[in-house]
Ligand binder design. Structure first.
Ligand code: SF4
Length: 450
């Protein structure tokens, strides 16, 4: 008798994924996994169970490049069949010189090339049964939050950054496609959408803000229409919408009323990098910072709950003690609540690597500590001011000791947490009201509000 195979009997080729780098790289990994699953590949949880391993690399800072090269070495040692993609893949020789055994190297967002390389080394199963991809694609983040990538690349040319040479100029996605994806995420149960790109406020410039229909009317591919559309989803479903990588351009003012009335979270992630006009000029930063402190004050008066997250670089070539003091004063004035600080590192291929006035490592170190001391005072003062307040928290984890969540002021992985002792009945993705009992730095402790 002829045996009929059920779909589950068919061996599925298994691909392991190592995803390094920023949230944008994570989104790339999710897209690749969605494609693999759509073609019937399985995703292996470890090296041993994989027929082949894909390493999605980061190539931004030298430390990230080293980490990527190490991860490739580990995947080769543990599995042997390795395909490399992502930012570092744009410099194939860096990888193949160190690891000649890799099967193929592709650059960032080269989904077709990645799939071609996988097909060449691990053919797709030849049967029509497997269609296991949920409508919203596959996500690597927990089910209750998801990154929404609105564009690739960047038109700016900051002197310390090699992203434009790795990822090319700004290429925005059409607004209807972005809003449909957001709708799908909400339908799939996502409670928080994190909007990402290299420069969110420049969204749509490359498409000349072309209009496309979504729901009942035409929407322009631009920042304000995107926020309006996402704000509609918030109104219907309660989903949190968080904006990352925004620059302080005047049109960002338009989103303040939406933050004040809750359609968009009162949170902006703006990578300021510095405040001194001389340093910013050397950095070739896009926005004019001179009036930014005033703009921030105006934003805060229109959306009083606004929390700003930013990143800064100390020890940039040519940074004087006076420039650095300017930065500390500016930080005290603007009271940026969440700030990361990097000691400047020369990146191969970045224009700033050849600038005169390189700052000695011990000066960078000393400035970093002084920066963090000011930042820590600001963060702590805010945490203390939250004690006694009732706020909303989204739950990320629950265990026998309690629950860990985040307030509207905290993005996943980079900001603070809210610790709740009594977690009975809570599950990840719940949005609950708590009353804050203590605070330190960026973290809060709270009880469920009755
Ligand atoms: S804005 Fe500047 S730092 Fe950001 S990706 Fe573009 S070039 Fe790089």
């Amino acid at each position: 008798m002829e045996r009929t195979e059920k779909p589950t009997d068919i061996p599925q080729p298994r691909v392991g994924i190592v995803s390094l780098g920023c949230p944008k790289a994570l989104v790339d990994s999710e897209r690749i996994i969605t494609r693999l699953r759509a073609e019937g590949y399985q995703i292996a949880p470890d090296y041993k169970g994989a027929d082949l391993v894909l390493v999605n690399t980061c190539g931004f800072l030298d430390t990230a490049r080293d980490e990527s090269l190490e991860a490739i070495g580990e995947a080769l040692a543990e599995n042997g069949k390795v395909i490399v993609t992502g930012c570092l893949g744009a410099e194939a020789s860096v990888i193949t010189d160190r690891h000649p055994g890799v099967l193929a190297v592709t650059g960032p967002h080269q989904y077709e090339q990645v799939m071609d390389a996988v097909h060449a080394h691990l053919p797709a199963p030849d049967h029509p049964f497997v269609s296991l991809v949920p409508e919203s694609g596959v996500r690597l983040t927990p089910r209750h939050y998801a990154y929404l990538k609105i564009s690739e690349g960047c038109n700016n040319r900051c002197s310390f950054c090699i992203i434009p040479s790795l990822r090319g100029d700004l290429a925005s996605r059409r607004i209807d496609a972005v809003l449909r994806e957001a709708e799908g995420l909400v339908r799939a149960g996502v409670k928080e959408i994190l909007v990402i790109s290299q420069d969110t406020s420049a969204y749509g410039l490359d498409l000349r803000y072309a209009a496309y229909p979504w729901r009942d009317r035409q929407r322009q591919t631009r920042f304000s229409d995107l926020c309006e559309g996402l704000g509609e989803l918030q109104r219907e479903s309660g989903v949190w919408v968080r904006l990352h990588y925004v620059y302080p351009y005047p049109h960002v003012d338009d989103v303040m009323p939406m933050m004040a009335d809750g359609r968009i979270l009162p949170y902006l992630d703006i990578p300021f990098q510095h405040s001194s006009p001389a340093v910013l000029k050397q950095m070739r930063r896009p926005a004019n910072i001179e009036r930014t402190a005033e703009r921030i004050a105006r934003w805060r008066s229109r959306a009083p709950e606004l929390v700003l997250r930013s990143s800064f670089i100390v020890g940039f070539p040519g940074e004087t003690e006076e420039d650095f003091e300017h930065l500390l004063d500016w930080l005290r004035e603007t009271r940026i609540e969440r700030a990361g600080c990097f000691r400047y590192e020369n990146v191969a291929g970045a224009a700033s690597a050849s600038l005169p006035g390189q700052v000695p490592d011990e000066v960078k170190e000393e400035r970093w500590h002084r920066f963090m001391a000011v930042q820590s005072e600001i963060a702590d003062a805010r945490a203390q001011s939250m004690v006694g307040r009732r706020i909303e928290v989204i739950i990320d984890e629950v265990d026998e000791e309690g629950a860990i969540g985040r307030s509207k002021a905290d993005a996943p992985d980079i900001d603070g947490s809210v610790f709740i002792a009594d977690a009975s009945g809570l599950t990840p993705g719940d949005i609950v009201r708590v009353s804050v009992t203590a605070g330190e730095q960026v973290d809060l402790w709270a009880d469920l509000a009755g």
